[in-house]
Design a protein around this ligand. Structure first.
Ligand code: ADP
Ligand code: MG
Length: 254
């Protein structure tokens, strides 16, 4: 089932066509990587999907509804969740309390706060922490957790919003390779098992080619290639863009 359909999306800043007629789609349960050199338009695209930016033109259709230009809170309410690049957990609170807070915020979103919220949230929070492999550490403050474990709690917090679509901006930034692989393996398992669609950006090509079901490639605001990891890796346009980008960076530092 098509969860997200982006059609001819465009955003111009001054004279810069940051996102220029981009179209792609994402299926429920799919892990889709968006890659491209710095300035390619990845963040701008993400920020239109999560509502922080309104598109100049084009459509963002989530489960049949055009959400383009709606305010962020509305878009979140309709099932678009996100994790944050910088650790967003409260470090003095226990892991489980962080997840409970997210659950209670969702209950208020769907008008269920009259339920015995705290107890309900506690059981569900425990289940979410189990899902991300953090049940044993539920009672520890986030501030004492290893970085990779904080990232797992952040994933549980994002899942507490019951998203249909999860946006992950460089989820493995700052992580050691072993932790990276474990987090992406977990994310992929959750996507495949629960039907949550995941759109992520990522610098590590090992992570992208190792875990994405499909990859889309942006360069200068345009979508230049898409396909499965093998097809994208061998695509001459992609090789050219990455070679060019590296070349410029080397040139700039000389
Ligand atoms: P990426 O995330 O792929 O590195 P961005 O979406 O951040 O790319 O940027 C795409 C282009 O849009 C760049 O040329 C960037 O300088 C420009 N841009 C992004 N945000 C703004 C903004 N708020 N105002 C002006 N220009 C912007
Ligand atoms: Mg960016």
């Amino acid at each position: 089932m098509t969860l997200l359909a982006i059609d001819n999306l465009t955003k111009v800043f001054g004279g810069v066509r940051a996102v220029d007629g981009v179209s792609f789609s994402l299926e429920a349960g799919e892990l889709l990587a968006m890659i491209g050199p710095n300035g390619a338009g990845k963040s701008t695209c993400f920020n239109m999907v999560n509502g922080q930016l309104a598109p100049d033109s084009g459509r963002i259709v989530l489960a049949g509804v055009d959400i383009g230009g709606l305010p962020p809170h509305d878009i979140w309410r309709r099932g678009v969740g996100r994790t944050f690049q910088v650790a967003a957990t409260f470090s003095s609170m226990k892991a489980i309390e962080n997840v409970q807070m997210a659950l209670i915020s969702r209950q208020s979103r769907i008008g269920r706060l009259w339920k015995p919220a705290a107890r309900y949230a506690r059981e569900e929070a425990q289940a979410l922490l189990r899902r991300v492999g953090m049940a044993e550490q539920a009672e520890r403050p986030c501030g004492v957790l290893a970085y990779g474990d904080v990232k797992r709690v952040e994933l549980a917090i994002a899942l507490a919003g019951a998203p249909k679509l999860l946006l992950m901006d460089e989820p493995t930034a700052g992580m050691a390779p072993g932790e990276r692989n474990a987090l992406m393996a977990l994310t992929r398992e959750i996507a495949h098992d629960s039907g949550v669609g995941v759109l992520f950006t990522e610098h590590s090509m090992d992570v992208v080619f190792g875990y994405a079901d499909r990859i889309i490639v942006l360069a200068r605001g345009r979508l230049i290639a898409q396909g499965d990891p093998r097809g994208v890796r061998n695509d001459p346009r992609v090789r050219e863009v990455y070679f060019d980008a590296r070349h410029r960076v080397i040139g700039a530092s000389e």
